[in-house]
Structures are given as C-alpha cells and as structure tokens.
Design a protein around this ligand. Structure first.
Ligand code: GDP
Length: 440
C-alpha cells in the first residue's frame, strides 16, 4: 500500500540523516521533497502545500533534543500532520436503530456491492448484529444477482424484488421485512452510474428522504486518486453523506484519495477495503494509516486480525496436542487456513515494522501455501494423523497424487519433522525460564 509514497518520504528524511541540527536550509530541502512526494501521490497541490507549510513551521520552532536526530524529529512531525490530515481519531459508526438503515452510494464499479457484503459480514461477525442486505439497483439484474450470491456466501438475508422498478419502495419494503424478521440493520446497495449523473443523484436522494438513514456511506475506488476526491465532493454536495469508504487499497494505489478526501469534504473515512474476500474490511484509523505510510508497520491491526480468527477452543486443543507431541498434518493444515483467513499474505507481512519495505519486490501471492497444501491434501486422513507412518511408498503415492516431485515431498516432511522437534524441545523447557514474566 502506498509503496511509492513511502519510499519518497523516506528519501526526504534521509537528506536530514547525518545532519547534527535542524537549520532553515535543511528544513527547506526536506520539505520541498515531501511536497513533491505528496503531489506525485496524487494529493492536490493546495493540500500538499498547506501540509508542508505546517511541517515547516513546526520543524522551525523545534529544538533538537539530544536523543532525537533531525531526521527522527521530522518523521515525528510528518506523522502527526498525516494523522491530522486524515482526521485524527477513528470516526464512530452508528448501527443503532430499529432497524438502523445504512445507505450505500457511489459510482458504478467503485465497489459498492462488494462493500455492502463486507459490511454485513463485519456487522454480523464483529458486532454480533443481524443485518439484511437490500438490492436497490433496479437497472442491473446482474448487480442484484451479485448481492444475492454474496449474501448466501456470508449467511445474510438479501431483500430482492426483481420485478419492482421503484428503489424507494424496495427500500421501504426491506425495512418492513427487517422489522418483521427482527433484523437490526438494513444495508441498502443503491444503483451507480459510470459518471456523476443527475438522475442517479436524485434517485439516491429520494431513497435518503424516504428512509432517513443512520449512515450514508460514500464508496470510492482509491485507485482513481484526484478523481475520487472530485466525485466525493459532488456526492457530498447532494447527499451530505456521513462517511467515506475507500476500496481497492490492495491495488497499486498512490495515496492521494486517502490523504485528500477528509480535507476536501470534511467527512471522515470510516472503512477501508482491500480485496475481494468478504473479510478484508477494516475500520479506518488515521494513526495506523500514517504509520503504514511512513513504513512503521501496523502491529495493532495485525494483532486484531489474528484475534478475530482466534478460536479459544481450538487453541486449547492445539496446545494439548503440542504438549503431548501429537501435532500432526491436520493441525498444520488448520493453522494454514487460519492465517489465510486473515487476508492477503503480503499485506499482513507489511504490517510488521520494517518488513514491508524489505519484501517490496518479493512476489508473495495468496498461493504461497498452495504447494504445501497440495501435499497435505494428497494424504489420507490416517497419514495426516500419523506423520510417523508415512514411509517411502506412501511418500511416492502422495507425490503422484499432488503432481509434485518426490524430493519436494521429502523436503516438506523434513521441515515438518524439524518443527515437531522444536515443539518437543519447547515442551521440555520450563516456560517461566524461557520467557521472563510469563507464567503458567
Ligand atoms: P459496484 O458497481 O459499485 O457495486 O462495484 P462492485 O462491488 O461490483 O465492484 C466492482 C469490481 O471491483 C468487482 O470486480 C469487484 O470484485 C472489485 N472490487 C471491489 N472491491 C474491491 C477491493 O477492495 N479490492 C479489489 N482488488 N477489488 C475490488
């Protein structure tokens, strides 16, 4: 995410490295580079200039205390300003109501339908609410079908009226359905157009007037940079929306939309979406985003993602097995699946400070585990549960089954054995001594 901007900013800070103190001259050079980096990331020039003027003012007033070098000081100032530019605190999201109504608006292709599904999934899983989805795009049967499929996938009801061409009526009927079914959130996916269009705006405004939503979320493709900001302005003028959703942050996004939208429409970004899988939706935190832009990683989000997939029962079972040296291929497979559910592997790694940059050019796809999974999939349940019984003959059959060379299967078996050896060793160590402060 925002790799090029991160690189450029790092370059700007580098010019201060080795400087003993902050001077007007070195501030000016650095600030100029920061401004160029922002403009190249598709941040509007006026915003970039105001941003760097503030950075300059702050830096000029600062004394460099002993422990902090000029470059560290500059990183701190820029980080604080980035956080402020993106809205400081995470914005609240109002899903209270009987039912709460969430209206989703945006251009066609921005990711509205995908986001609607993700939001329903998030509300259901993380907030334990019971949402229903409403297909109010009466012009595209395919969009209705897409929402129906998503709903099925995440186990959320979808309100569909294939013959009804009146989106206001559909929305109202859906709210009635929600009431009768005891659902507490109604998510209305409206129709978009390829460009700003008066009829589209009127239609969404009419739905808004009829259903009085708790939240109106404007969905925008972050890849569209300055255009995203202009579209946001047009939608906000008409709908006075409550928050922004930035999609496609998994793509090659430069950062302009994320950095300029709050400034331009004075509405917070509430969610970011980075992928087509239903669980790649995150609440937007300006602080975390600033850290990621500055290559500081985002451990908080990583831990939260891990916690969301954490199943206490399963973890206890696993611990017991490890303690008894019974960790087998079925457990291994389960662990891989848990990691995969956390999202795109490269994005996850990039949340570890320093790792994102180091891995920039390494191609890590979601297929990274495929080879290992294919090997485990070719094993019989007996083999998965009894790794020690897998002899030469069985290995050959497994290799044939997954289309791999026997040497690959052997190498994997060896790695697995080493892992088990390590677990055995850890079992023998008293935990207290291994990690200070940790007791059982
Ligand atoms: P809508 O027309 O606004 O409802 O947009 P869709 O939800 O149909 O999305 C348009 C296309 O973008 C589809 O192919 C989606 O799969 C894709 N898409 C949506 N959100 C994301 C995202 O966060 N990342 C990526 N890579 N693709 C996305």
């Amino acid at each position: 995410m925002f790799e090029s901007l991160s690189d450029r900013l790092e370059g700007a800070f580098k010019s201060l490295k080795g400087e003993g103190r902050i001077t007007e001259l070195n501030i000016a050079t650095t600030v100029k580079e920061i401004r160029r980096a922002l403009v190249d990331a598709d941040v509007n020039y006026k915003i970039a200039k105001e941003f760097t003027d503030k950075v300059k003012d702050k830096a000029t007033g600062e004394k460099v205390i002993n422990a902090i070098s000029p470059s560290q000081l500059m990183v701190k100032i820029v980080k604080d300003e980035l956080v402020e530019l993106m809205g400081n605190e995470a914005a609240s999201f109002n899903a209270k109501g009987a039912p709460a109504v969430i209206l989703i608006a945006g251009l066609q292709g921005s990711g509205k339908t995908t986001f609607s599904g993700k939001l329903a999934n998030y509300l259901k899983k993380q907030l334990r609410l019971s949402p229903i989805l409403v297909a109010a795009d009466v012009y595209r049967p395919a969009a209705m079908e897409q929402l129906r499929v998503l709903g099925e996938q995440i186990g959320v009801d979808v309100h569909l009226e294939l013959e009804n061409k009146n989106p206001v009526e559909i929305a109202q009927n859906a709210i009635n359905e929600a009431r009768s079914k005891n659902k507490n959130v109604v998510i209305i996916d409206t129709a978009g157009r390829l460009a700003i269009d008066e009829a589209m705006m009127t239609e969404v405004a009419n739905i808004k007037a009829a259903v009085n939503p708790q939240e109106i979320l404007f969905v925008v493709d972050s890849m569209t940079g300055q255009d995203a900001v202009n579209t946001a302005k047009a939608f906000n003028d008409r709908l006075d929306f409550s928050g922004v959703v930035l999609t496609k942050l998994d793509g090659d996004t430069r950062g302009g939309a994320a950095l300029s939208i709050k400034y331009t429409v004075d509405k917070p970004i509430k969610f970011i979406s980075s992928g087509e899988k239903m669980d790649t939706l995150d609440v937007f935190y300006p602080e975390r985003m600033a850290q990621r832009i500055l290559g500081m990683g985002d451990i908080t989000t990583l831990v939260e993602k891990a916690q969301a997939q954490f199943d206490e029962e399963q973890a206890k079972k696993l611990e017991k097995k490890i303690r008894k040296n019974q960790f087998d291929f079925a457990d291994f497979k389960q662990q891989l699946e848990q990691i995969k559910r956390m999202g795109n592997l490269k994005d996850l790694m990039a949340m570890i400070p320093g790792v994102g940059k180091a891995m920039k050019d390494i191609d890590i796809s979601d297929d990274a585990f495929k080879g290992v999974e294919a090997i485990i999939n070719s094993m019989t349940p007996f083999e998965r549960a009894n790794p020690d019984e897998i002899d030469g003959g069985r290995r050959k059959r497994i290799a044939n089954g997954c289309g791999k060379d026997i040497s690959e299967v052997n190498a994997f078996m060896k790695q697995f054995e080493q892992m088990r050896e390590m677990m055995k060793m850890m079992n023998k160590m008293p935990m207290g001594r291994m990690m200070p402060g940790m007791k059982r």
